[in-house]
Design a binder for this molecule. Structure first.
Ligand code: BG6
Length: 518
C-alpha cells in the first residue's frame, strides 16, 4: 500500500472500494476465552467471513487460548462444527475452510496464571515462524471480565505487549462489559493502560460495527439536507429504542449482576445516542469522531440519585406471551433469584446542555421480552407553526418524523402528511422509505466482521475510547445509586410480550408525549 492510497483511506474512508484495496498486515490473533460462546458464535464466523471476501492476509493465524486441554486438530474440528451451526459453512466451501483451518491453533493454559505465559510466548514464536506472520499480534479478550486485568498484566509481565520491531504492532480488543460502574471501569482502564498504550487498546461495542449505525453518520454528514434541521429549532424530541423478544436465555447468572442498564444502555444505547447527537467531525478519523462523541457525553445532564424516579423507569418481565408462545417470567429463569429486583427494561429521559439540543429530550429505552425485536432511532419534528387546514382538527395532524431502523428491516423512513385524494381537504400520514434490502440486495455483514477488520488495519474509529467509557459510566452510576437509595424508585413488572411497565408511558405522558409503537 503506498502512502497516497493510505492517505486517501484516512481522509475518505467511506468509499469502500478505496478502503478494500488495503489488506491487513500479516498477524497472529490470540483469542483468550477460545472455548466460550462468543468465539464459536461470533468471532470465528466473523473472521471466516473475511476469508470468504478475500480480506485476510495470507500469513494469518488464530491461536485459541483456554484452560480445557485440546489439540490443534480437536480445536479445528470443534470450530468446523461451530461454523456449520453459526457461520453458514457450506459443503462447497470445504477447500476455503481447510485452508483457513490450517491457520488455527490452540494453546491450553490458565490465563490467570502468570507462569503459564512463558509457554504461550514460546508457542506464539513457533506459530509466527511457521505462518510467516511477521510478529504482529492481536489479542482478543473474550474471557469472563474478571480475567481482563490479570490477563493484561500477565501479557505485560512477559513483554508480549511490546511490538518486536518499530514496524510491528500489538493491539488488544477488550469485550464488554468494561467495568460494572465508574470506579471499576476506571480501575480496569488504569490496569490496562499500565501495560498497553491507549492507541493499542480497542474497546469493542458491536453496535458500532453495524452497517446501519455507521450509516447514521453517512446519513447525517454526507447529505446536505438533514443537518440544517437536526437541532432544537426543528426537532421536538428523539426516541431511541432497542427492544428484544428474547429473555435472558441461559445467561441468568450474568444478567442478575448486569441488568438492562449495564447490558444495553451504558454501552450500545449511549453509543447510538452520541452518534445521533454529536456535532459533525472535521475529519472521519478515530480522533475526531471520538472527540465529538465525547463532547456529547460531557454535555448530557447527569441524573442525580434523588431524581431517578423522575427520569428513569425500571421494569422486570413477568410471565406472558411472546410471538404466540407462553413464556416464563424473569424470576423463573435459570440462575435468577426469586426475589430478584434486576431490571430487564429501562426507560430514561436525558437532556443535553448545549446550543444544538437545549430543551430537546432524548428518550432512551431497552427491554427484553418485548412484543417485537426492533432497534431504531426516531427523530420527531415539531408541528407546523401555523394551522392552515382548518377542516382538520389541529391535534389530528401528525408530527413529521425520520426513523432510522437499525435492525431488523434495516432502513430509513420519512413520515409526512399527505392529502387524501378527493374533493375535501383531508390528510393522513404517509412514509417515504429506504430499505437496505431493496437498494443494495444481499445480506449485511456482521458487526464483528467489520470491527475485527478495522482493528487489524489499526483503525479505531468504531471503537470506544477510554474517556468515553469513563464518562458513560459517570452518567449511569448515579442512576444505579439512586435506584438503590431512592425510595420513590421501584422495579415495576410488565407481562412478557408488552412494551414495558405502564409507568414508562407516564415518563412520556408527563411531557405530553408518548412512546412510538415501532
Ligand atoms: C449484547 C447483550 O451486548 O447485545 C445482549 O449482552 C443483547 O443481552 C445483545 O441481547 C443485543 O445485540 P443485537 O446485536 O442482537 O441487537
Amino acid at each position: 500500500m503506498n502512502d497516497f492510497k493510505e492517505s486517501v483511506l484516512q481522509t475518505n474512508p467511506l468509499q469502500e472500494e478505496v478502503r478494500m484495496e488495503k489488506l491487513p498486515d500479516p498477524c497472529v490473533m490470540v483469542i483468550f476465552g477460545a472455548s466460550g460462546d462468543l468465539t464459536k458464535r461470533k468471532l470465528i464466523p466473523a473472521i471466516f467471513d473475511l476469508a470468504r471476501q478475500g480480506m485476510l492476509p495470507s500469513n494469518f493465524a488464530i491461536v485459541g487460548v483456554a484452560r480445557t486441554p485440546m489439540t490443534h486438530d480437536a480445536f479445528r474440528e470443534y470450530l468446523a462444527g461451530a461454523m456449520k451451526e453459526f457461520g453458514g459453512l457450506q459443503d462447497s466451501e470445504t477447500a476455503l475452510w481447510d485452508n483457513f483451518a490450517r491457520g488455527l491453533y490452540y494453546v491450553a493454559i490458565d490465563p490467570s496464571v502468570a507462569e503459564h505465559f512463558a509457554q504461550l510466548k514460546k508457542e506464539l514464536e513457533t506459530i509466527d515462524a511457521e505462518r510467516g506472520s511477521s510478529g504482529n499480534l492481536l489479542f482478543y479478550l473474550s474471557t469472563p471480565p474478571s480475567l481482563y486485568a490479570p490477563v493484561t498484566k500477565n501479557l505485560g509481565s512477559i513483554g508480549l505487549q511490546r511490538p518486536r520491531t518499530p514496524e510491528n504492532w500489538v493491539r488488544i480488543i477488550i469485550e464488554k462489559p468494561f467495568g460494572i460502574d465508574l470506579s471499576s471501569a476506571r480501575a480496569l482502564n488504569a490496569d490496562v493502560l499500565e501495560v498497553f498504550k491507549e492507541h493499542q487498546v480497542y474497546r469493542i461495542d458491536h453496535y458500532l460495527g453495524k452497517e446501519t449505525v455507521q450509516n447514521l453518520m453517512v446519513f447525517r454528514f454526507a447529505n446536505g439536507i438533514f443537518e440544517p434541521i437536526w437541532n432544537r429549532t426543528y426537532i421536538d424530541h428523539i426516541q431511541i429504542t432497542a427492544a428484544e423478544t428474547v429473555g435472558v436465555e441461559s445467561r441468568g447468572g450474568y444478567y442478575e449482576q448486569a441488568g438492562a442498564m449495564r447490558d444495553m444502555i451504558q454501552n450500545h444505547m449511549m453509543q447510538l445516542f452520541a452518534l445521533t447527537a454529536m456535532e459533525p467531525p472535521v475529519l472521519f478519523d478515530a480522533q475526531q469522531v471520538r472527540d465529538e462523541k465525547q463532547k456529547v457525553f460531557q454535555a448530557i445532564r447527569p441524573i442525580k440519585p434523588e431524581d431517578v424516579h423522575k427520569y428513569s423507569v425500571r421494569g422486570q418481565y413477568a410471565p406472558g406471551t411472546v410471538g404466540g408462545k407462553s413464556v416464563s417470567g424473569y424470576k423463573e429463569e435459570k440462575g435468577v433469584s426469586k426475589e430478584s429486583v434486576t431490571e430487564t427494561y429501562v426507560g430514561l429521559k436525558f437532556t443535553i446542555d448545549n446550543w444544538r439540543w437545549a430543551d430537546v429530550p432524548f428518550y432512551v429505552r431497552s427491554g427484553k421480552r418485548m412484543p417485537k425485536r426492533v432497534t431504531e432511532i426516531a427523530v420527531q419534528f415539531k408541528k407546523t407553526p401555523h394551522h392552515l387546514f382548518r377542516t382538520m382538527p389541529a391535534d389530528s395532524l401528525d408530527h413529521n418524523n425520520i426513523v432510522i431502523r437499525i435492525q431488523p428491516d434495516e432502513g430509513i423512513s420519512l413520515r409526512f402528511s399527505s392529502k387524501i385524494p378527493g374533493s375535501s381537504m383531508r390528510m393522513r400520514p404517509v412514509t417515504m422509505d429506504f430499505r437496505y434490502g431493496s437498494s443494495f440486495g444481499g445480506r449485511l455483514a456482521d458487526a464483528y466482521t467489520r470491527l475485527i477488520f478495522d482493528c487489524m488495519l489499526g483503525d479505531a474509529t468504531l471503537y470506544a475510547r477510554g474517556d468515553s467509557v469513563d464518562v458513560a459510566w459517570s452518567l449511569i452510576t448515579p442512576i444505579h445509586e439512586g435506584w438503590k437509595t431512592n425510595k420513590n424508585s421501584k422495579v415495576y413488572e410488565y407481562p412478557a410480550g408488552t412494551w414495558g411497565p405502564k409507568e414508562a408511558d407516564q415518563l412520556m405522558k408527563t411531557d405530553g408525549r408518548q412512546w412510538r409503537l415501532p
